[in-house]
Write a protein of this length. Structure first.
Length: 305
């Protein structure tokens, strides 16, 4: 489990932007082979992404690649070429427009075959399904548990609004206040039930940082762990919104440590904490460690459970 307070979108068709992204301090990146790449540039973009991943410089950022959705002819080539070429440098594959668990199962099986063929650790590459339709939302709980590889569920507001016929002014904008709340809560509930993260989609009007901040605060209030960002200027806002206070972080670390030491249940002051408390606190620990962990007097705790 790694922080995804900010997930930077980087077009796979642009080598300059791929290289520049290595120096941008987001928690995670997704190198895009889907919407940001024209149909005629797909093959070239795959090569760019492999080169960018294997040439290093990403430090400890979460590295993901968004492939094309399964209604296209591109998906299997995206997965095979990128994972065979750069699987040792890849944390997860983002699968867009997922409508059911069988799509996640398909990707899981293909990744397993590639990992065995290439000698990679089997199961080492995660899957991040993107929920972008009414059907996907209805099936979110089943999608979240379709594979042990699922690391997060990602909301896609643009295609979701289009699928429902909502009159959004731009990607990320709601046609009226609270229009996406039910969808966000459904995705958060599915993610929580599966023990994975929930990440909000992009805010397309990148110059409107106050609008982005308001949207991020809303998704954070609904339990989301982070958001996609389309421009470096949005990263500081995302980190401001999705980073817990130091006090909240230290309290969460104490909860996790107390439950671990008590082997399932413990008293923390006059409050009883248990495994459910630990799971809730762990998400705060993951986000807090990205900001407060290094150099802190607060002990680090394991976040890979």
């Amino acid at each position: 489990m790694h922080a995804r307070r900010s997930v930077l979108a980087v077009p796979g068709s642009d080598p300059h932007k791929l290289e520049k992204a290595k120096g941008i301090p987001s928690d995670a990146v997704f190198l895009d082979l889907e919407d940001a790449v024209a149909p005629g540039d797909k093959a070239r973009a795959r090569g760019n992404v492999v080169d960018a991943l294997t040439s290093g410089g990403w430090e400890d950022r979460v590295r993901t690649v968004r492939v094309n959705d399964l209604s296209t002819k591109h998906t299997y080539r995206d997965v095979i070429e990128v994972v065979e070429g750069a699987g040792r440098h890849l944390d997860a594959v983002v699968l867009p427009k997922v409508t059911g668990p069988e799509e996640v199962v398909w990707l899981d099986l293909l990744l397993t075959q590639i990992e065995k063929t290439m000698g990679y650790e089997v199961g080492g590459i995660g899957i991040e399904p993107q929920i972008e339709s009414a059907t996907g939302l209805v099936m979110a709980a089943e999608i979240a548990v379709a594979s042990e590889r699922v690391a997060s569920l990602v909301f896609g507001p643009g295609d979701f609004a289009a699928d429902l016929g909502l009159a959004s002014e731009f990607v990320g904008a709601e046609p009226f206040p609270g229009a996406f709340d039910s969808a966000l809560l459904t995705i958060r509930a599915a993610a929580t039930s599966a023990g994975v993260m929930a990440v909000d989609g992009p805010w397309q009007r990148v110059a409107d940082l106050e609008g982005f901040r308001a949207r991020a605060r809303r998704s954070a209030a609904l339990g989301f762990d982070g958001t996609w960002v389309l421009h470096p200027s949005q990263i500081d806002v995302a980190h401001e919104v999705f980073t817990p206070s130091r006090e909240a972080y230290e309290q969460a670390v104490a909860v996790v440590a107390a439950v671990d030491e008590g082997r399932g249940v413990a008293m923390l002051g006059d409050v009883m904490v248990d495994e459910a408390s630990r799971k809730l606190a762990l998400r705060t620990v993951v986000r807090g460690q990205a900001a407060w962990g290094e150099g802190s007097h607060v002990p680090q705790v394991a976040t890979d459970q």
